[in-house]
Design a protein around this ligand. Structure first.
Ligand code: HEC
Length: 134
């Protein structure tokens, strides 16, 4: 019995570790590339060309999305797609918001994959947003 419990413990900790290490791929490289242009045109004036911040807060690193902030993709995407650009929230197309989010994710160390970031799904996403940039 003891051995069995120990084995379960091992399996659980392995699963937890795997979870912590795996950064999900939730956008395509094409979206991030398009997003850079969207960001330069509509966001960089306040958030900086390298997302380092300016009039608006920085959108990169631990000051933006530390694990302790408990941000999710859904929370940040909903905010940026309804409130941004500040003073003109919701003025971009769904595709532009998807691309801008993909760009922000790419700059924060999320790898590109084959699954596209989708407007409705991103809004509802409970995936934690944790910057991989220290
Ligand atoms: C006119 C200046 C301005 C522009 C342009 C602008 N923002 Fe912002 N942004 C701000 C300010 C100011 C805040 C902080 C607002 C608040 O906390 O209520 C903010 C907050 C944010 C946040 C939340 C950051 C956090 O730490 O929670 C995100 C994400 C964001 N902006 C993304 C964008 C994106 C993407 C664009 C372009 C589509 C954009 N912003 C354009 C000024 C701007």
């Amino acid at each position: 019995m003891k051995k069995f419990v120990a084995l379960i413990g091992l399996a659980v900790s392995a699963a937890v570790c795997a979870h912590a290490a795996a950064v999900p791929t939730i956008y395509t490289s094409q979206q991030a590339a398009n997003g850079q242009a969207v960001f330069t045109q509509n966001c960089a004036s306040c958030h900086g060309s390298d997302l380092q911040g300016g009039v608006g807060p920085m959108l990169i690193g631990q000051d933006f999305a530390a694990a302790s902030a408990n941000n999710t993709i859904g929370k940040i995407f909903t905010f940026l797609s309804t409130q941004m650009p500040e003073g003109n929230g919701g003025s971009l197309t769904h595709t532009q918001y998807e691309d801008a989010m993909a760009y922000i994710l790419s700059k924060n160390g999320y790898p590109a994959g084959t699954a596209k970031l989708d407007y409705a799904k991103a809004k509802a996403s409970t995936i934690p947003l944790i910057s991989q940039v220290k």
